[in-house]
Write a protein that binds this ligand. Sequence first.
Ligand code: UFG
Length: 327
Amino acid sequence: MTILVTGGAGYIGAHVVRLLQQRGEQVVVVDDLSTGEAGRIGDATLVQLDVASPEAADVLTRTLREHDVRAVIHFAARKQVGESVEKPAWYYQQNVGGFTNLVSAMEAAGVDRLVFSSSAATYGMPSVSFVEEKLHAEPINPYGETKLVGEWLGRSASRAWGLRFVALRYFNVAGAGWPDLGDPAVLNLVPMVLDRLARGERPKIFGDDYPTPDGTCIRDYIHVLDLAEAHLAAIDYLGVEARPFDVFNVGTGTGSSVREVIDEIGVASGLDVTADIFPRRAGDPPQLVASPERINEVLGWRGSKALPEIISSAWEAWQAGPRRIDV
Ligand code: UFG
């Protein structure tokens, strides 16, 4: 079967591409290489394209037909919350516009299986400890809004022309499945701490006065390889007809605090990770942890790797990269 992966040269996308290749699938990657790297996709066919560009719907339609694609996994999108607050129209153009092009092309080419990268950012600031998919989604930034709109478009297309659609709401992704596939961006806690350590600086903690046991924010960290496997489970799930639309949290149900994550980086690296405390960052909920019950039951998927393994794999990948830290 040929599967098209948009954003397949990126951090999570490249893990999915490698797993698909290991399973013997043919893979076509569509990526503009703005953050992704061509060297990460092995022998997959690369179509260099910005899915939000004016010509994208036509190029995607042709690509789907030429390669006889049967299913699509869609990662290509912008994912920085702060940037989305600064440039909302551009986020909608990139994320919603790009996804609209893809869904149009799939309809035109008659491709009806789609897995969509959604986010826990769709929930906003939930007041419950463990979020379930049925909770009212109320994103608090344009990034989360674009993901929720994407879910709505998937649902509408499933009603209109029979698209089979799964949205996966990722919680906090970290680690590396292979040392050459580490997270190349310094945008989230684990790479941000490693980046500080690489500069000989102390990690930062944004707020230690939250109503949590150690005062720092709690998140549900998921190993990127576990997350990648959830996509394969979703593609298989959609292989059965009469499954028009579904949404799943991809998390473990276990929360870890910022301090626990930083301490674990100290254990993996052997470095002094004493942190400096900074004021709270705007828009951070004190706790965001998934209820993974639905994905456990329906897709038979379960996060298998706990925090120590996530962090040690992130450390190993960091050390295999260009900014190795002397220990
Ligand atoms: N943090 C620090 N110091 C740092 C970096 C982060 O204390 O140097 C804290 C943040 O304030 C937050 C926690 O670490 O409390 C996690 O922050 P991240 O930026 O790594 O992740 P977020 O939980 O803010 O957001 C991430 C993704 C979003 C996604 C969301 C879903 O970046 O795209 O998870 O939970 F929507």
